[in-house]
Ligand binder design. Structure first.
Ligand code: FES
Ligand code: FE2
Length: 452
């Protein structure tokens, strides 16, 4: 919380206020060897879209490291340090081979795992290629994204395979958007349901079709989970109570509810429209990678536009830099909010209020886990497989419950009850999980759809 002494108590007190200059380095630094960077290296992160892997290598920057990514002639993807182990020529100018990549400068040839296959200028009996490797990271390709693990191999977690990746009727379209600011800023936006009331409603007018009821202040509940902070928010319209669940999986993965929803009647265990990671490129740049979920059940207004989803583009309001300054000032969106905080937001200059409970909880959990990694203690990470995926909850349930005298307390209670119904089915997967949740919601709330 803010330190009162830093703030002026006088009107026109600009001169009085000498706020600290330094960022919260523990949470915002991402380079190798920094506490935050070491923590972030304990997770799989998306680093590229497969659509970008063509006949030339691509230079990318992830977690403060300069890298090159390519798909070789055999289809294998390599993620190597950008600078060649020989004399540091950039492998972005290298030649992709049937197997691996060849440096343009003296022809050293590297496999995707960093093995040196050939040092053609060296004598035939040279053993350089057996003595060292080009630094490389393991990758995994999934639904149009490439993920990498950049941490110590002995501590590699299972991939965070989510149940939401194989939902019936969901078509996942990958996308990626750059933000010129520290990764924490965009990611904190995903755990702040109150900004929607103002940024997407009261201050600028409604920005998302179907979510006009977001102008009401929600009743919010944070549900702590081992490797996630799940939160829900509830709003009432007459007898209908819309309960929207969000997933925040540590450290940087979020899922929200349906994008183009409609508050017209009961809805049972709706699912997410968006799965997204905010990946640090370096301390002052980040890149979101994720999937838009196109499906009829959770986007009843059918305003999604597949063609608008891809590199530097997504089909909903205010997510990219690609608008004029006039447009951005007239009707700022999420992108303006998180980049406008500066290259690295300085937490000690903030003055947090009651709407910031989620942001504060996230920072404190990150700090705790960063310190655990620094001390060599284990942390809980989201880990799953297609057969036993990580259960997630992002999505909408709408129940019919009459207003109570203390409606705020009722809305809180309803969220806890629905969360308990969701969490009680964690051991189940796929349709069995969905049916159990829908059955329990049907038994608890009148008028809910009856599961098959
Ligand atoms: S710098 Fe790459 S082979 Fe010489
Ligand atoms: Fe937003």
């Amino acid at each position: 919380m803010a330190d009162e002494a830093r703030w002026t108590t006088r009107r026109y007190g600009g001169y009085d206020t000498r706020l600290p200059l330094g960022p919260d380095t523990e949470l915002t630094q991402v380079a190798p060897g920094t506490p935050g960077g070491e923590y972030l290296r304990r997770f799989w992160h998306p680093v590229a879209m497969t659509a970008q892997l063509g006949d030339k290598p691509r230079a990318i920057r992830i977690l403060g490291e300069d890298l090159v990514i390519f798909r070789d002639g055999g289809g294998a993807i390599g993620l190597l340090h950008k600078h060649c182990a020989h004399r540091r020529a950039s492998l972005e100018y290298g030649r992709i081979e049937a197997h691996g990549i060849r440096c343009c400068y003296h022809g050293w040839h590297f496999d995707v795992d960093g093995t040196i296959l050939e040092t053609p200028g060296e004598p035939a009996d040279s053993d350089i290629r057996r003595r060292i490797c080009q630094p490389a990271f393991p990758v995994r390709e999934l639904k149009g994204l490439v993920f990498a693990y950049m941490g110590p191999p002995e501590d590699m977690p299972a991939f965070p395979y989510l149940d939401s990746l194989d939902l019936p009727g969901h078509d996942l379209v990958p996308y990626s958007i750059h933000s010129p600011c520290n990764w924490l800023q965009e990611t904190e936006n995903a755990i702040d349901p109150f900004h929607s009331v103002f940024l997407h409603g009261r201050v600028n007018g409604p920005q998302f079709p179907g979510l006009e009821h977001f102008v009401e202040l929600p009743v919010v509940v944070y549900h702590k989970r081992p490797a996630a902070i799940v939160y829900s928010h509830a709003r009432r319209t007459g007898d209908l109570v819309a309960l929207r669940f969000h997933d925040y999986l540590l450290p940087n993965l979020a899922q929200n509810g349906g994008m183009f929803q409609k508050l017209s009647g009961p809805r049972s265990f709706g699912r997410t429209s968006l799965t997204k990671w905010v990946v640090p490129l370096d301390d002052t740049n980040s890149r979101k990678f994720g999937w838009r979920h196109f499906n009829d059940a959770d986007e009843v207004l059918r305003q999604g536009k597949r063609d608008a989803v891809g590199w530097e583009s997504v089909d909903f309001y205010g997510q990219t830099a690609h608008r004029s300054q006039e447009e951005r000032q007239s009707n700022p969106g999420d992108w303006e909010a998180w980049t406008g905080q500066g290259p690295i937001n300085i937490h000690k200059r903030e003055y947090l209020g009651t709407t910031d409970e989620g942001v504060a909880a996230l920072r404190s959990r990150l700090r705790q886990d960063i310190r655990a990694v620094a001390a060599g203690r284990p942390i809980v990470r989201p880990e799953g497989t297609p057969d036993a995926p990580v259960p997630t909850y992002g999505g909408d349930t709408i129940v019919r419950v009459p207003q109570a005298n203390d409606d705020r307390a009722l809305l809180e209670k309803l969220q806890r009850e629905v969360a308990e119904i969701y969490f009680a089915a964690d051991a189940l997967t796929g349709e069995a999980r969905s049916e159990r949740i829908k059955r329990d919601l049907h038994d608890r709330f009148p008028g809910m759809e009856r599961p098959a």
